[in-house]
Design a protein. Structure first.
Length: 335
């Protein structure tokens, strides 16, 4: 009952790869597997952050230059949503597509993700956001410097620089001046809980309404919803985006870009919110008596087929499927 169905056709069976790439795959499946997974997490967060931060730059610079047609909050939400869809589509098959430290922590606690791999994933995610923010700054540098010069000439640069409306707010995440941090925390927590619930529902292997191919779009839309509704009140939603962006802002503008007390709220709130959302879903909504829909069954058995084919081809090594222990647990429990 738990055997892999024979219908799977492996890519190597129909499209032979050049010898150098086959040699690299052997090394990748053994010694370099964690490196490849971390690279996928780094690139995934880069894609997501690059898309959203670039759109934010357009909105902020357009507002400062009194050219609001350049961007809007609607555009920023769509950009982040598309970035998440692309990030998951490109990278999830390699690393599992965590793309957020709170997801990695939740998978470690609830889905059997190896604890020893979690720090590497988290560092890779932060690095991806850091690089993306620096690249966006480089691309917008001329406009950002011009905006800073104009604000300095008007005597308003110091007042708005390290706010969501200032040039530094493109790269780092900041609360509104004088904002009540208790309200800011509540805004962040409830938005992150909403995201956690959406993510956990999308990855439920018994969810007929969200097959694996639809999950990136559903999760992307969930992010867009919280950006449209709650970003003006200060929203991070992803520790990697926040910490990576804040490190980039510190690199570019120095210690004044630290974000003060808000930095801890932005970096940490989404972790307990995600854990509470995961616990809530597991306790109230998850049901092991449900059946596996065909798409989810193909997804789970496909990962198992990948792992077994790689072991037969390259010899036993480290598990290849992202969260292979998770897939095995789901197959053994649900099939």
């Amino acid at each position: 009952m738990h055997d892999v169905p024979p219908k799977f056709i492996h890519l190597a069976d129909i499209i032979p790869r050049p010898t150098p790439l086959r040699t690299w795959e052997r090394q990748r499946h053994r010694r370099a597997h964690l490196l490849v997974e971390c690279m996928a997490e780094c690139v995934g967060v880069f894609i997501y952050t690059f898309a959203g931060t670039g759109s934010t730059a357009s909105m902020v610079i357009g507002t400062i230059a009194n050219e609001p047609y350049l961007g809007s909050l609607l555009q920023v939400g769509i950009a982040y949503a598309i970035g998440i869809v692309l990030a998951l589509s490109v990278c999830a098959s390699t690393s599992g597509g965590h793309l957020n430290p709170c997801v990695t922590v939740a998978f470690t606690l609830f889905k059997g993700f190896p604890l020893k791999k979690a720090p590497f994933y988290i560092v890779s995610q932060i690095l991806g956001a850091y690089i993306a923010c620096l690249v966006v700054y480089l691309q917008w540098r001329t406009n950002i410097l011009a905006a800073e010069e104009g604000l300095a000439a008007a005597g308003t640069l110091d007042a708005i620089q390290f706010t969501p409306s200032g040039p530094a707010g493109i790269i780092g995440l900041y609360a509104l001046p004088g904002a009540n941090l208790g309200v800011v925390f509540a805004n962040e927590f409830f938005a992150d809980f909403f995201l956690g619930l959406a993510i956990w529902g999308c990855i439920d292997p018994s969810n007929f309404f969200c097959p694996p191919s639809v999950a990136p779009y559903s999760i992307g839309l969930a992010y867009a919803v919280v950006i449209w509704g709650f970003a003006p009140n200060a929203l991070a939603a992803n520790s990697a985006r926040d910490v990576g962006g804040r490190l980039a802002a510190l690199t570019l503008w120095g210690s004044e870009a630290s974000g003060g007390q808000y930095a801890a709220i932005a970096a940490l709130t989404n972790i307990p919110a995600m854990l509470l959302a995961a616990l809530f879903y597991e306790f109230f909504f998850h049901d092991s008596s449900r059946v596996l829909p065909p798409a989810q069954r193909d997804f789970l058995f496909g990962h198992k087929a990948h792992e077994e084919h790689s072991e037969n081809t390259h010899g036993p090594g480290k598990p290849l499927s992202p969260h292979s222990s998770v897939h095995k647990a789901e197959i053994d429990h649900e099939a």
